[in-house]
Design a protein around this ligand. Structure first.
Ligand SMILES: *Cc1c(COP(=O)(O)O)cnc(C)c1O
Length: 395
C-alpha cells in the first residue's frame, strides 16, 4: 500500500498481488477503490480546466480517458506484470487491436505467429489489410530464423505463447531480441501464462497484452483487456486507445482488480488440476496426445521449462480417430464440463477445435479430433470422473 512504499519495493510476488494499486488512506481508509461511474468531469476554474486538459492522461479529465478505478487497476497490473505503465481496454481483443494500430501504418509489414488467437488473425486480415498493412504469418517454432522474414518495412512482431488451440511454445527471448536489433516492436499475448507464469519484460518483449477477461477477472463476468509496457511506449499507445474511443467500463476494472487479488491462489489450483487431468488422460487408450507444454515429452516442454514458472488450466487433447457422432455424444453428455469459449473462469469447459481453419503458414497434422479443456476450480476427482464417463461414450 502507498503508506508502505519502501516495503512494497522488496515485497515478493504474492504480497504485491495483494498490495498493488491500493490507496485506502486516500479514500477514508476504505480498502478497495470506489467504482466511479462518470462521463462528465467538472472543473471549478479555468485554471483547473486548462491544467487537466494539458495532461489528460494523468488527470481525471473526461470519462473516456479513464477514472481513478481504471487507474487503480492499471497500476496494479503494471506492477504485477513487471512493466511501468498499463492501459485498460474494453476487451482483450481491443487491447490487441489498439497495440497493433498504434505501431502500424499503410505500407508496413507485420509478422504474426500462425497460432495466434483467431480474432487477432481476423483483425490483421480484415481491418489492417484494408488500411494497407501486410501481415505475414510465421511458424511459431521459427526461433532465430525470424530474422530472415524481417524487412525494412517490418514494424511489429506479434507473438502468442503457447499458441491458441495447439499450445506451441515460442522462443520469445530469441524473437524479441531479433526484433530489438532492427528497431522492430515486439508484442506478446500473455493471456495463457498470466503475469504470474511468464514475465514478458524479463524476456525482452516491448508490449505485453492480457485478456483480463480470462484469469485476471477470473469469474466469467467481465470483458476487459490490458496492454502493459515500459514508460517510453505509453504515450503512443494511450493516444491511440483514446483516439479509437476505447475505454474499459469502471465495473469491469473493479472486477479485474478484485480478481487480481486471488490470482495466485486460483492459478495454483487451475495448474494443479490441469496437470492431474492431463497426466491421467495421457495414459488413456482413447487419447492420441495431450497438448500441454508442462508435460515432459511435449514438444514445447524444454522451452516452457526454461522460460515459464507455471502453467494454467487450459490444454488440448487429441483423440484417437473416432466417428464424429461419438465425439458429439461425449461432449453432449458431460455433467461438469460445459461447452463455451471464454475460459479462465472458475468453471470447467470443453470444446471441439478445428485448428486447420486458422492456420496458413503451418499445417495442423493431427489425425483425430482435437478438444480444448479448461480445468476449473471444482474437485479434481469429480472432474476426472466426468471425463472418464465421457471417454466411455466414445466406445
Ligand atoms: C480470449 C482471448 C483474447 C480476447 O479476449 P476478450 O477479452 O475475449 O476480447 C485474446 N487472446 C487470447 C489468447 C485469448 O484467449
Amino acid at each position: 500500500m502507498k503508506k508502505d512504499g519502501n516495503k512494497k519495493g522488496k515485497a515478493r510476488r504474492d504480497t504485491r498481488i495483494v498490495t498493488s494499486g491500493l490507496d485506502p488512506h486516500g479514500n477514508s481508509g476504505i480498502i478497495n477503490p470506489p467504482v466511479y461511474h462518470v462521463s462528465t468531469v467538472l472543473f471549478p476554474t479555468v485554471r483547473d480546466l486548462k491544467k487537466a486538459a494539458g495532461d489528460p492522461f494523468n488527470n481525471t479529465y473526461y470519462g473516456r480517458f479513464g477514472t481513478p478505478t481504471t487507474a487503480a487497476f492499471e497500476e496494479a497490473v503494471a506492477e504485477i506484470e513487471g512493466g511501468e505503465k498499463a492501459i485498460a481496454t474494453s476487451s482483450g481483443l481491443a487491447a490487441i487491436a489498439c497495440a497493433l494500430t498504434a505501431f502500424l501504418k499503410s505500407g508496413d509489414h507485420l509478422l504474426v505467429a500462425d497460432t495466434v488467437y483467431e480474432p487477432t488473425r481476423k483483425f490483421c486480415d480484415g481491418i489492417l489489410k484494408g488500411f494497407g498493412v501486410e501481415t505475414e504469418y510465421y511458424d511459431p517454432l521459427i526461433g532465430a530464423d525470424i530474422s530472415g522474414l524481417m524487412r525494412d518495412t517490418t514494424r511489429v512482431v506479434f507473438m502468442e505463447s503457447p499458441g491458441s488451440l495447439t499450445f506451441e511454445v515460442q522462443d520469445v527471448p530469441v524473437i524479441a531480441a531479433a526484433a530489438k536489433e532492427r528497431g522492430i516492436v515486439s508484442m506478446l499475448d500473455n493471456t495463457w501464462a498470466t503475469p504470474l507464469f511468464f514475465r514478458p519484460f524479463d524476456h525482452g518483449v516491448d508490449i505485453a497484452i492480457e485478456a483480463a477477461t480470462k484469469y485476471i477477472a477470473g469469474h466469467a463476468d467481465a470483458m476487459l483487456g490490458v496492454t502493459i509496457m515500459k514508460e517510453p511506449h505509453f504515450k503512443r499507445l494511450k493516444t491511440v486507445a483514446v483516439a479509437l474511443g476505447n475505454s474499459a467500463g469502471p465495473d469491469d476494472c473493479y472486477l479485474g482488480l478484485r480478481g487480481l487479488r486471488t490470482l495466485a491462489l486460483r492459478m495454483a489450483r487451475h495448474q494443479e488440476t490441469a496437470l492431474t487431468l492431463a497426466n491421467w488422460l495421457s495414459g488413456r487408450s482413447e487419447i492420441a496426445r495431450v497438448l500441454h507444454p508442462a508435460l515432459p515429452g511435449d514438444p514445447g516442454h524444454e522451452l516452457w521449462k526454461r522460460d515459464f514458472t507455471g502453467s494454467c488450466g487450459l490444454f488440448g487433447i487429441e483423440l484417437e480417430p473416432v466417428a464424429a457422432e461419438k465425439v458429439t455424444a461425449m461432449l453432449d453428455g458431460f455433467e461438469l464440463f460445459s461447452m463455451g469459449f471464454s475460459w479462465g473462469g472458475f468453471e470447467s469447459l470443453i470444446l471441439p477445435m478445428e485448428p486447420k481453419y486458422s492456420r496458413s503458414a503451418t499445417t495442423w497434422e493431427g489425425k483425430g479430433p482435437l478438444l480444448r479443456v479448461h480445468a476449473g476450480l471444482e474437485d479434481p476427482d469429480d472432474l476426472r470422473a466426468d471425463l472418464e464417463a465421457g471417454l466411455k461414450r466414445l466406445a
